[in-house]
Design a protein around this ligand. Sequence first.
Ligand code: FAD
Length: 259
Amino acid sequence: MNIVVCIKQVPGTTEIKIDPETNTLVREGVESIINPFDTYALEEGVRLKERCGGKVTAITMGPPQAENALRETISLGADEAILISDRVFAGSDTWATSYVLSRALAKIADYDVIICGKQTLDGDTGQVGSGLSEMLGVPFVAYVSKIDEIKEGYIRVHRMVEEGYEVLEMALPAVITVVKEINVPRLPSLRGSMKAKTAQIPVWTAADIGVEEDKAGIAGSPTRVVKIFFPKREHKSEMFQGTPEDQVGQLVKRLEGII
Ligand SMILES: Cc1cc2nc3c(=O)[nH]c(=O)nc-3n(C[C@H](O)[C@H](O)[C@H](O)COP(=O)(O)OP(=O)(O)OC[C@H]3O[C@@H](n4cnc5c(N)ncnc54)[C@H](O)[C@@H]3O)c2cc1C
């Protein structure tokens, strides 16, 4: 079973700064972490390998420092990792990111299941998984909370919905995104940490994966950030007086006035 896990390196701090000129996040010099939902995606990939055999390849599209996040994936059980990095990719929105990742997967070619996290901490759109499946022309299920059965060419999953879950089956290869209820990520093993230190992590450029430059980066991004700002937090509180019944009565009136 060839399992590919897509991870994103994201700012690991709430002290986010915005570049007033480009209206994008300042990422240089900011402590970075593996996107939390992607640690569940990676864990599920490693568990699938333990269940069915095969290998786990972790990939990320990111700046050179994203290599650190990939080394961490090897300490957590990934067999191989690939950094997809090129200045051409800078400023990519979700559409351009999905395109670049789809070109990298076309180069990997032999994959059975592609696992993404539900969403990232920074872009937070949850769009890349579906965008990737669209560009690869393979089936897609989001919010997977359990992989019920998986075998050559077939997978049956539980998709988390508000009322519980749905059971869906599809042909492989396919893309899934996972929720945090799917597993409990393991800690790095000593053996894994040793392996991570010396692992060879290839860097694939735009030319290596046949990316058309006008489809990547700002050039390939239909999204334009018009304005980024921190919403003003207003704390308005009101104390109701009288007996509990009075207070409930006042609250209901208040809510009726608002609704
Ligand atoms: C105009 C503009 C400029 C931007 N400039 C930058 C920039 O310079 N640098 C930057 O990092 N971001 C930048 N972003 C944010 C970037 O577009 C998104 O973070 C990225 O496209 C992924 O979208 P998302 O965060 O909503 O991911 P989601 O769709 O929420 O992610 C879902 C899952 O997709 C996978 N995934 C997402 N991104 C990647 C990735 N890069 N590699 C591998 N797997 C991934 C992960 O498994 C993740 O859990 C920019 C966005 C805009 C609109």
